[in-house]
Design a protein around this ligand. Structure first.
Ligand code: ZN
Length: 258
């Protein structure tokens, strides 16, 4: 039986993002518990890093997860932007772009998009403790922006569908092919359009959010000590060239990489 660890972000004295009295720690716990119920009903073993309003540091949570052991870990969070109602959508964070966690992250994002969230993509965040200190493939889901009204309305009105979407992402990943098949998928050559490379993550994020606000499917790739901002991943070079043209029309400096 597959086993999944569910980590409700924040808790106790540490509320996470706060907006108009709404606290991230409450949304993350509610969502983790709902996803857990669905997974259990589908024959998946579930363990939680917390089921109550308590605080543990990310290090302690990673330790709880490692002691519990599991095939995957999902950490639940809600995003926050510098200003209210600035951004909208769901994204899933991974330590790096390798292995099964990327499949899981992509499956979750695709399903969340069907549940109504704008898909902000899968992003690398090698600095996050819960992603780097856990021994199982781990993803961190940012289920919309807590300081964006539209995302909160979606979160509340489509709560069951959102929980189902995340659970479906897990079930699809568990049921998906063999390790070998996944390896060959991840080694496939893809063309990507790069718009910038920065030593400092803040600069990369500024560019990322500008691209996302113009509806470009951008993400950050950490590689060779740089935060590289890239757009799309294409099997056909022609499609990468077309994306590059669209970006250049908006004034971005670009080149195609593999
Ligand atoms: Zn959070």
């Amino acid at each position: 039986m597959a086993k999944v660890i569910l980590d409700a972000g924040h808790g106790g004295q540490e509320p996470g993002a706060v907006f108009n009295g709404r606290q991230e720690k409450d949304d993350t716990l509610r969502l983790a518990l709902a996803v857990g119920e669905i997974l259990k009903n589908n024959g998946v073993e579930v363990a939680y890093t917390r089921t109550e309003d308590v605080y543990d540091t990310p290090f302690e949570k990673a330790q709880i997860a490692n002691q519990e052991g599991g095939d995957f870990l999902i950490s639940f969070h809600r995003n926050s932007s510098p200003q209210a109602n600035q951004y909208s959508g769901a994204e899933t964070l991974v330590y790096d772009r390798s292995g099964k966690k990327v499949e899981l992250a992509e499956n979750i994002n695709r399903n969340l998009e069907q549940a109504g969230f704008r898909d902000l993509g899968v992003k690398e965040r090698p600095g996050l403790v819960i992603l780097r200190r856990t021994r199982m493939p781990a993803v961190l889901v940012e289920a919309g922006f807590l300081n964006t009204q539209a995302d909160n309305e979606l979160f509340d009105s489509q709560f069951e569908a959102i929980a189902q979407a995340i659970a479906d992402g897990v079930l699809e990943t568990i049921g998906q092919g063999t390790e070998d098949q996944m390896q060959s998928q991840s080694q496939e050559r893809l063309y990507r359009v790069q718009t910038g490379a920065f030593k400092r993550r803040e600069y990369a994020e500024d560019l990322l959010y500008r691209l996302l606000s113009q509806n470009f499917p951008a993400y950050i790739l950490r590689e060779d000590d740089y935060y590289k901002v890239q757009v799309g991943a294409f099997r056909q070079l022609d499609n990468a060239v077309r994306m590059e043209e669209a970006l250049r029309r908006q004034g971005y400096a670009t080149f195609i990489t593999m």
